[in-house]
Design a protein around this ligand. Structure first.
Ligand SMILES: Nc1ncnc2c1ncn2[C@@H]1O[C@H](COP(=O)(O)OP(=O)(O)OP(=O)(O)O)[C@@H](O)[C@H]1O
Ligand SMILES: O=P(O)(O)OC[C@H]1O[C@H](OP(=O)(O)OP(=O)(O)O)[C@H](O)[C@@H]1O
Length: 218
């Protein structure tokens, strides 16, 4: 069913699972958008509907959110800026939601500082190969070897897989507990609201109102 009982088209939200989910739901609640069903941690249901408001919601892995939004399977998405930049998909980024704040950084042991400064050919482990490539190749004009990992990135320099990492730093405690530190900052990050380009035209009134309400609530 693509239309509500009164013939309105549903607006579909793709939200990022995990760290950003709770804050996203809290913000939506502030502007009167609720979805009680979604709060049940034991539910295996994938899609949730608020019939009254003509809205649908689903939770997806971060990197999949821009995919759903670009293809129009979701009209609106909430996703970290890191994921948006890494995925590089076409959509409108309409709002900085101000939560999920952290930084993308080059990190490593103090001993790697010299290698970075002397533009040596270093190994860089990361979950974000495109961000790392852009930073080292286009911004710093430094040739590096990028090694893609999928998690626990801080392990790489500890076990000798890489000289440094490009990863997210929030409190810095993962780095500290592992004898590593921030060597350079790549970019500040936070959660963003994104909109499908066609939806922005077709549902301009509802989406513009939503952006205004959210902006006022931030
Ligand atoms: N300390 C943090 N570590 C990682 N991401 C953070 C942190 N603080 C805020 N974020 C933001 O939250 C988003 C989602 O993070 P989350 O940890 O849920 O996913 P993930 O670590 O990318 O995925 P997974 O744990 O499923 O591999 C990130 O893309 C980033 O924008
Ligand atoms: O600065 P901090 O507050 O310590 O947070 C940063 C850490 O959190 C993230 O990892 P996550 O917990 O998502 O696990 P992962 O490395 O397996 O993705 C990130 O990759 C860092 O390791």
């Amino acid at each position: 069913m693509n239309a509500t009982d009164d013939g309105k088209r549903y607006l579909t939200f793709a939200l990022t699972k995990g760290r950003l989910a709770k804050k996203t739901l809290e913000l939506l609640e502030k502007v009167g958008i609720t979805c009680e069903e979604m709060k049940d941690p034991d539910s295996r249901k994938l899609i949730f509907v608020n019939e009254e408001l003509g809205l649908k919601f689903f939770l997806a892995k971060g990197p999949d959110v821009p995919t759903y939004v670009e293809y129009g399977a979701a009209d609106i998405g909430v996703v970290g800026k890191d994921t948006l930049v890494e995925e590089g998909r076409k959509m409108y980024e309409v709002l900085d939601l101000g939560f999920g704040k952290c930084r993308m950084c080059v990190c490593g042991p103090e001993s790697a500082r010299e290698k970075l400064a002397h533009q040596e050919q270093i190994r860089v482990a990361t979950k974000y190969p495109d961000i790392a490539k852009d930073y080292f190749y286009n911004q710093k004009h430094q040739t590096v070897e990028i090694i893609k990992l999928n998690g626990s990135i801080e392990l790489a320099p500890i076990v000798g897989l890489s000289d440094v990492i490009v990863d997210i730093v929030e409190t810095g405690s993962t780095l500290r507990e592992n004898g590593l530190g921030v060597l350079e900052e790549v970019m500040p990050l936070s959660a963003r609201m994104v909109v499908n380009q066609v939806s922005m035209k077709m549902e301009s009134e509802r989406i513009t109102k939503l952006i205004q309400d959210l902006r006022a609530a931030l």
